[in-house]
Write a protein that binds this ligand. Structure first.
Ligand SMILES: Cc1cc2nc3c(=O)[nH]c(=O)nc-3n(C[C@H](O)[C@H](O)[C@H](O)COP(=O)(O)O)c2cc1C
Length: 304
């Protein structure tokens, strides 16, 4: 076999980078495979940890897939397979990854190429992956598989631990909260996907349409979050339009609307969200089939 794989991602704290490294390890040792491991680098780096206003200032650009200028990637023009790692920012692919997918270089790289997406995020990635599918099909790429890693602990806990991590850089557990981020054991087990991809490439399986990573625990969809993501995204579209209209990034006008938005968001979280949870619990017995269908849809192509 003489094949080439591009493994490329954008990670701030290095968490997604570690996932990609685990996947890359067996591929680097795979017989007859050239494995190029690269990073997406924005021309102007994003902060990490973020200040409160820096964090919310990128909200509209992330949601509306504006992208940002990125440095050219030094790699070949075409690959047999691309493994693209991205994080979710406000239910959208992170801005640097969107920016990279909008470059002329990406048009050449992704055309007619099978792609495995790898996501490491808090736990809300469904809409981001829908947007990723649109970006990839715009590049005539072929989504072959999707692998997802989510932060440890229940949603209620990660609603605190993930933002705390993003805004302070602190990942440790405190009080009754678990540590932030993906469980290290899960990251360490990501090599199994690299092993499977190596084997598949040796048998030309990437040329067929069937996913390579099924029945490996690549994706677990939390059904409870499907409606939440849809409702949140609808409100994001409205608020992001308002925030954009208020002024450019960092402007006084934008920061005022962001302040109003976050106050609104907190009010929602303590009022509407619990009511919504109760309402959905009551409706659950009548919605089982519809929910199972939705879970099945989002699990594709690599679920179970
Ligand atoms: C601006 C911003 C917005 C985020 N929005 C989401 C989100 O909508 N859903 C989610 O699951 N995680 C979200 N996260 C968490 C990231 O997906 C990811 O877990 C975190 O940035 C760590 O990744 P990294 O250090 O490897 O880049 C967000 C992070 C940032 C910085």
């Amino acid at each position: 076999m003489s094949k080439k794989v591009l493994i490329i991602s954008y990670s701030q704290s290095g968490q997604l980078q570690s996932v990609m490294e685990q996947i890359a390890e067996p591929l680097a040792e795979c017989n007859g495979l050239q494995c190029d491991f690269l990073e997406i680098r924005p021309e102007v780096p994003y902060p990490y940890p973020w200040s409160f206003y820096e964090f919310f200032n990128v909200f509209p650009e992330a949601v509306y897939l504006d992208g940002c200028p990125v440095k050219p990637v030094e790699c070949d023009d075409n690959y047999d397979l691309i493994i693209l790692g991205y994080t979710s920012w406000f239910l959208s692919p992170s801005i640097p990854v969107t920016g990279f997918l909008q470059t002329e270089q990406a048009k050449t790289l992704f055309k007619n190429t099978p792609v495995v997406t790898v996501i490491a995020c808090r736990d809300m990635w469904l809409i981001a992956q829908e947007k990723m599918k649109t970006l990839l099909s715009g590049l005539d790429a072929r989504l072959l598989d999707n692998v997802v890693f989510t932060d440890q602990g229940k949603s209620l806990y990660t609603f605190v631990t993930t933002p705390r991590w993003m805004l302070t850089g602190k990942k440790d557990g405190f009080w009754f909260f678990p540590p932030a981020g993906v469980d290290k054991k899960e990251i360490d087990s990501a090599g199994r996907f690299g092993e499977r991809i190596c084997n598949a490439l040796q048998h030309d399986e990437e040329c067929a349409t069937l996913p390579l990573l099924k029945n490996m625990g690549a994706v677990n969809v939390n059904g409870k979050l499907i409606a939440t993501e849809h409702i949140a995204h609808r409100s994001f579209l409205i608020w992001c339009r308002l925030i954009k209209k208020a002024g450019p990034q960092g402007s006084w006008g934008r920061n005022v609307v962001i302040t109003i938005y976050t106050a609104f968001l907190l009010t929602l979280v303590v009022t509407v969200v619990p009511l919504n949870m109760l309402f959905r619990k009551l409706l659950a017995p009548f919605r089982r089939k519809a929910l199972a269908r939705a879970v099945h849809y989002y699990e594709q192509p690599s679920g179970k």
